[in-house]
Ligand binder design. Structure first.
Ligand code: NI
Length: 169
């Protein structure tokens, strides 16, 4: 199990580097991230959330386009004009859910864990999770898509909720 960094941890706001070597350490990290994601009962996890400032994320869906996905050095090359709302959460802001508007479909180019290039047309939940996780590689959290007022409200509530916990650290 890996530690998941949260809202006030700086690593979530740091630049990420492209992955250049597709070696066993990358595969081990990806495996550990899938275990962590399963344990946390989430659908997506990006490297910065486990303290690694590199461009990759994983997705594990149990509905819709079911399956496990690894996106290394991803690039969203097309987005639909149509957007829609969806209530998002984030393992880095546990317990908070807000409706976010995003394009309904995306086309993504990426590499798999072995470095093989692929392109995927995603819609539904997969498109949603890809955009959310890809944001993490660009220092962006879902609350950054909210109004400033709503964003501040979540940040304050999160800090209040985690105050006791942080004092113990
Ligand atoms: Ni997230």
């Amino acid at each position: 199990m890996l530690d998941i960094y949260t809202l006030d941890d700086e690593v979530l706001r740091e630049d990420t580097e492209s992955v250049k070597s597709f070696d066993s350490s990358l595969r081990m990290l990806v495996d550990a991230m899938f275990e962590t994601l399963t344990e946390a009962d989430g659908v997506g996890l990006a490297a910065p959330q486990v303290g690694v400032s590199r461009k990759f994320f994983i997705v594990d869906l149990h509905e819709g386009e079911k399956g496990r996905y690894v996106f290394v050095n991803p690039e969203i090359i097309e987005t639909s004009i149509e957007e829609g709302p969806y209530e998002e959460g984030c393992l880095s802001i546990p317990g908070f859910y807000r409706e976010v508007m995003r394009p309904l479909r995306v086309k993504v180019q990426a590499q798999d864990v072995n470095g093989k290039h692929f392109t995927i047309d995603a819609s539904g939940l997969l498109a949603r999770v890809i955009q959310h996780e890809n944001d993490h590689l660009n220092k962006t959290l879902f609350i950054d898509h909210l109004s400033e007022e709503e964003r501040d409200r979540v940040v304050k509530a999160f800090r209040k909720k985690n105050k006791k916990k942080r004092k113990k650290d």
